[in-house]
Write a protein that binds this ligand. Structure first.
Ligand code: AMP
Length: 115
């Protein structure tokens, strides 16, 4: 699927839509999910134009991929989640339930999550 530069996360990255950015570095930005499913629910998105995990792993450089996942770890650390634990979720494509076609990692925590 071609990248749709009109998706909401692309607009957030370009500063065309407001968000309460909680973290930013050269690889990503992170901001609270608009409809949080857990007490802590943050989205981490890469700065590059990737539709989903498959597109990211196919086209991004190893440095971008490593940098992005290190950044996800830093976000979780900043949120104070590692001590008690947390969950990372990536919905991928239609069957995966992905709604916004820009790769994003859901960082979920703040309570004991159901298995
Ligand atoms: P997914 O189903 O994995 O594509 O999840 C998309 C997520 O983006 C949902 O949890 C939405 O609540 C969230 N979302 C949609 N628009 C915004 C926005 N403008 N700011 C923050 N989160 C958003």
């Amino acid at each position: 699927m071609a990248y749709d530069s009109d998706n909401v996360f692309a607009k957030i990255l370009r500063g065309e839509l407001p968000t309460n950015k909680i973290y930013e570095d050269e690889y990503c930005i992170a901001f609270p999910d608009l409809n949080p499913k857990t007490p802590v629910h943050v989205l981490v998105i890469p700065k590059g134009e990737y539709t989903d995990f498959s597109d990211f792993t196919a086209r991004a450089t190893p440095a971008e991929i490593a940098g992005f996942f290190k950044s996800v770890g830093k976000v979780a650390q900043q949120l104070g989640l590692p001590e008690k634990g947390y969950r990372l979720v990536m919905n991928i494509g239609h069957d995966g339930g992905q709604v916004v076609p820009h790769l994003h990692v859901h960082v979920l925590g703040g309570k004991k999550l159901p298995v």
